[in-house]
Ligand binder design. Structure first.
Ligand code: FES
Length: 115
């Protein structure tokens, strides 16, 4: 069996994440948001790719995260931009949940999107 070499940094408790708003954490000077997607937790870039609004101030409804500034939306399942906008998908980071704690890879590791 291949041994996991990645290191992980605890950043939040799962209980801290609500269903209707992202939770912002700052790791290595990078703003990251944590979202609940069903029983899973996703980690995305915390600044909107349009004009860098803090997405933690946005809201989540019907499977989309809505930017607080100009209301672009992003699918919470994969970070892709919703209709009416041509923005890149949100950068997604590796995240792990264990014993109710959310950890991000250390150093941060991108699953998809620009590093
Ligand atoms: S800053 Fe997010 S839509 Fe403009």
């Amino acid at each position: 069996m291949k041994k996991e070499m990645r290191e992980w940094q605890k950043v939040a408790s799962v209980e801290d994440i609500t269903a209707d708003q992202p939770l912002e954490v700052i790791v290595e000077d990078t703003i990251v948001i944590l979202l609940k997607v069903g029983d899973a937790v996703k980690a995305y870039q915390g600044l909107c790719p349009h004009q860098f609004a803090r997405l933690s101030l946005g809201s989540i409804s019907k499977g989309s995260l809505h930017c607080p500034h100009h209301k672009a939306s992003f699918d919470i399942h994969d970070g892709t931009c919703g209709p009416g906008w041509q923005l890149p998908a949100l950068r997604e980071y590796h995240v792990r949940v264990e014993a109710g704690m959310v950890s991000l890879a250390h150093p941060l590791a991108v699953i998809s999107g620009h590093d």
